[in-house]
Design a protein around this ligand. Structure first.
Ligand code: ADP
Ligand code: ZN
Length: 224
């Protein structure tokens, strides 16, 4: 398999990860694997699994590692991830998840982990304004609302505040991020896989920085 676009995107919630991952997936033509989206889809379908996941999500807690790892492992076994690569969004979130991911991928380990850096005060402001389509999951915000009266531009669904974007759940998720996810930055740094990207500026600015960093890494891997 050609190395290059097996990516892990890190960064606090509200750093713009979701939007950037969608753009990168389109740019590099690789699947966007978002554990948050997968769990939210299960919640919408009302499966028993979804109902259990929802309790964790609404409280801002992490879903237990065994569950998350099982879901991701199954997804990575599908053929579309084996052609050019994939973009992992929201996974790994704990060092155990990172270890397990490396074990699942074996010789086809991730090429790059990218940390999108945004200061805490900005993150808090963005999260308070975050809105999402209750039908298809497209992200909006009070700063970038849909064209018509909180009706989704993509599917016509109702655009609402995310159920887990309460002040308490947001605070809890940020604490867990610092405790569990931030150490992954060092984890990937030690394995020579980390790049940090400034997440401030327009979404286009950030995409450009990301593409530059990824292309640089791809060139380096090809030259080897
Ligand atoms: P955010 O957009 O706030 O960064 P996500 O959309 O990625 O968060 O995830 C929403 C929720 O789904 C998390 O708060 C958590 O409960 C659950 N979740 C998603 N990914 C993981 C993971 N890798 N490990 C544990 N829980 C997860
Ligand atoms: Zn929609």
């Amino acid at each position: 398999m050609v190395p290059g676009v097996r990516l892990v995107i890190l960064g606090k919630q509200g750093a713009g990860k979701g939007t950037q991952c969608v753009r990168l997936a389109r740019h590099y033509v690789v699947p966007h694997i978002s554990t948050g989206d997968m769990f939210r889809a299960a919640v919408r379908m009302g499966t028993e699994f979804g109902m259990r996941a929802r309790e964790y999500m609404d409280a801002g807690e992490l879903i237990p590692d065994e569950v998350v790892i099982g879901v991701v492992k199954e997804r990575l076994e599908q053929d579309d991830t084996k052609v050019r690569g994939f973009i992992l969004d929201g996974f790994p979130r704990t060092s155990n998840q990172a270890e397990q991911l490396a074990a699942i991928l074996g010789p086809n380990d991730v090429d790059l982990a990218i940390d999108i850096e945004v200061p805490m005060d900005v993150v808090l402001k963005r999260l308070a304004g975050r809105r999402v389509c209750s039908t298809c999951g497209t992200n909006f915000s009070t700063a970038t609302p849909p064209k018509y009266d909180w009706t989704c531009d993509v599917c016509g669904g109702e655009v609402v505040q995310r159920e887990d974007d309460t002040v308490d759940a947001i605070k809890r998720r940020l604490v867990l991020y610092e405790e569990q996810t931030e150490p992954l930055i060092t984890w990937y740094l030690e394995r020579d896989k980390l790049v940090s990207i400034d997440g401030m500026g327009t979404p286009d600015d950030v995409t450009q920085r990301l593409v530059r960093a990824i292309d640089r890494r791809r060139d380096a891997l090809r030259g080897r």
